[in-house]
Design a protein around this ligand. Structure first.
Ligand code: HEM
Ligand SMILES: [Cu+2]
Length: 674
């Protein structure tokens, strides 16, 4: 299709110059309302969509967890059949890891990284939209296996072979697992590349790497882990797909293959995956604790380097998941040692958070309670993790409820509690109203008590010998009491989640009658708090010049001759007003969505009818070409075409204007730094 300079009516302009106060400017959207959300390329909106979708899947994964707990509440449970139980715990694990906690962290990364580094958007806004829509299409595709696949995948979230083969998993559940996670993997990979380029190339002048907030650093390390881990699991899933759909023999021992290959591939991805889950929460806690201790983070560079060290060392421990898989004593010894070493950088973080609070003026807001709760619960999970590193002990503990307790203390106690704290901390910046603190504290305490009642007893059950993944147990084993407590605890967690949603509803309803939170309700330290709440569409009126770490704090406070902290500017004086002219904003597009819709159709084609692959492929092709050939201007947008000087940088399809402007800014980043 020839590129004409006669703009098509369908799409929107590449790079739009705003020539009037932005207050009255609305991006030439693909439409209003839902069309705006479907075509947006704004990192903030994409962040919000990740967050809403992730919380939806938290509820789905939570319902699956309650079903598990109901089945195990008493001996000889009859609520779920053994086969359905296998599907429910498998999908619970897959949903909670890939469809809840990873996208929730992506919500924080998308919304906050550009704001924390002083940028107007991510490096490739349309690619960012593509990541979201591809992830969502993969998530929905995966769950349609309940409807059209004969049930969910049933071989556990790590789907060991040969259980995952057709002989033991004949329904299409595992096919949906293999294809759905490949689709979601594409989204993670594209998003990781986008956010790495954003952190390295889009920083405001003076924002050197070692002035970036700890959260942005932890999210950057997380993106590098995704960049290297996702290809490994993609290869494994690809081989599994070929074994199931095209009769290959990659994991079939009768054909001379070794099923341990799957375990190695899965855990070479799987262990870095646990850091992909926990590092964002560590970053969130590292923003909340200094703010409510009224002290800078203790040992900033140690915090950053321990995160980088965890990122590196996380690649050298995977076989601690295979101590009883017959990998031989030398490997067991080596991976036992490497696993112990990784406790060191993790310990550094815990000590630095405690040192930050030490001597601080502590304010126990809901966000701070969640942050402190995260440090405490993660430490418990970390300690049981160290006991797993001891191979002889792990031989007893592996595949029991002691393991289930351990990873819920680190993933839920560390990851979920941490990100929940982040929701309360940045809620006013994202939505322009505060969540009610009283309800917030009820949410925190019910979740913390429910959490410990659910997973605390599992340590005991595990040491008593209760295996994981059993759908029922006989009365004679003595597991009944603690299982009942665990089930009661699970329902208390569910209650706390209901309290959270009620708090959102109530706070939104009451917001018009309450004073607005303003740009900086917590008196915080980083750049996102120097702009209006909710963050304006263009982020910064003018790109900030950064002169120190904790730049925003240093614009409000200084030191007098006696080194006492004194205020040097009020928030009103120091804040950007949110009106700007002539800001380049990348324009929205529907084509990323079109490309994303083609992928699950290809998935259905590979499972049911290869003709569908042609349809899906055509949709992907149409989307990519139209996106690449998308004309520069939207005839309906009534900005004047006088801006000829912009035409030359409209030949790249991802907000070249904004990028060029930012590249200049970033070029100054290092200059300002020294
Ligand atoms: C909301 C409260 C939750 C409850 C009550 C709960 C309960 C459980 C239980 C009882 C199991 C063991 C099932 C078995 O072995 O038969 C399990 C497994 C699992 N859970 Fe949770 N969980 C919860 C939240 C989470 C969260 C937030 C995550 C991660 C973000 C998570 C990730 C997993 C994983 C990965 C498994 C392993 C599944 C497998 O064995 O394949 N859970 N959960
Ligand atoms: Cu591991």
């Amino acid at each position: 299709m020839a590129v004409t300079d006669e703009p098509l009516a369908l799409t929107t302009g590449e790079d739009l110059v705003v020539d009037r106060p932005l207050g009255v400017f609305t991006r030439p959207q693909g439409g209003k309302g839902w069309r705006d959300w479907l075509s947006t390329v704004d990192h903030k909106k994409i962040g919000i969509m990740y967050g809403v979708a992730a919380m939806f899947f938290f509820v789905v994964g939570g319902i699956e967890a309650l079903l598990i707990r109901l089945q195990l509440a008493a001996p000889d449970g009859q609520i779920l059949s053994a086969d359905v139980y296998n599907q429910v715990f498998t999908m619970h694990g897959v949903t909670m890891v890939f469809l809840f906690i990873m996208p929730l962290a992506a919500a924080f990364a998308n919304y906050l990284i550009p704001l924390q580094i002083g940028a107007r958007d991510v490096a490739f806004p349309r690619l960012n939209a593509l990541s979201f829509w591809v992830w969502l299409s993969g998530a929905i595709f995966l769950n349609t296996s309940w409807i059209v696949g004969g049930g969910g995948a049933d071989c556990g979230w790590f789907c060991y072979s040969p259980n995952s083969g057709l002989a033991f998993s004949p329904s299409h559940g595992v096919d949906f697992y293999a294809l759905g996670l490949q689709i979601a993997g594409i989204a993670s990979l594209v998003s990781a590349i986008n956010l790495i380029v954003t952190c390295l190339n889009m920083r405001a002048p003076g924002m050197s790497l070692f002035r970036m907030p700890v959260l942005t650093w932890m999210l950057l390390v997380t993106q590098f882990l995704l960049l290297f881990a996702i290809p490994v699991i993609t290869v494994a899933l690809f081989l599994l797909m070929f074994d199931r759909l095209f009769d290959a023999q990659f994991f079939n021992p009768e054909a001379g293959a070794d099923p341990l290959l799957w375990q190695h591939l899965f855990w070479i991805f799987g262990h870095p995956e646990v850091y992909i889950i926990i590092l964002p929460a560590f970053g969130v806690v590292s923003e909340i604790i200094p703010t409510f201790s009224r002290k800078p983070i203790f040992g900033y560079s140690f915090m950053v380097f321990s995160g980088i060290a965890i990122g590196f060392m996380g690649w050298g421990v995977w076989a601690h998941h295979m101590f009883v898989s017959g990998i031989g004593p030398l490997s067991v010894w080596a991976f036992s040692m490497s696993t112990m070493f990784i406790a060191v950088p993790t310990g550094v973080k815990i000590l630095n958070w405690l040192a930050t609070m030490w001597g601080g003026k502590l304010r126990f807001t809901t966000a701070m309670l969640f942050a402190v709760g995260t440090v405490a619960m993660f430490t418990i999970g970390g300690l049981s993790g160290v006991t797993h590193a001891l191979a002889p002990a792990d031989t007893q503990q592996t595949d029991t409820y002691y393991i289930v307790a351990h990873f819920h203390y680190v993933i839920f106690g560390g990851g979920v509690l941490g990100l929940m704290g982040g929701l309360y901390f940045w809620w006013p910046k994202v939505f322009g109203f505060m969540l009610n603190e009283t309800w917030g504290k009820v949410h925190f305490w019910t979740m913390l008590i429910g959490f410990n009642l659910t997973f605390g007893p599992m340590h005991v059950l595990g040491l008593q010998g209760m295996s994981r993944r059993i759908d029922t147990y006989s009365p004679g084993f003595g597991f009944a009491f603690w299982n009942l407590i665990a089930t009661i605890g699970a329902f208390i967690i569910a209650l706390s989640v209901v309290v959270f949603f009620l708090n959102v509803w109530k706070s939104r309803r009451d917001a018009p009658h309450l004073p607005a939170p303003g740009p900086d309700p917590w008196d915080a330290r980083s750049l996102e708090w120097m702009i209006q709440s909710p963050a304006p569409e263009h982020n910064f009126d003018e790109v900030p010049i950064v002169e120190s770490d904790d730049e925003w704090w240093h614009r409000k406070y200084g030191y007098d001759e006696n080194k006492n902290v004194v205020r040097i500017a009020t928030i009103e004086e120091a804040t950007q007003k949110g009106d700007a002219v002539g800001v380049h904003l990348p324009a929205p597009s529907f084509w990323p969505l079109v490309v994303a819709l083609g992928l699950p159709i290809i998935g259905y084609g590979l499972i049911f009818n290869l003709w569908l692959c042609v349809l899906g492929g055509a949709l992907v092709g149409l989307g990519i070409y139209s996106w690449a050939l998308e004309p520069v201007d939207d005839p309906d947008a009534d900005h004047d075409h006088g801006h000829d000087d912009h035409d030359d940088d409209d030949d790249d399809d991802d907000g070249e204007g904004a990028e060029a402007e930012m590249a200049d800014a970033t070029a100054g980043a290092e200059e300002g730094a020294d």
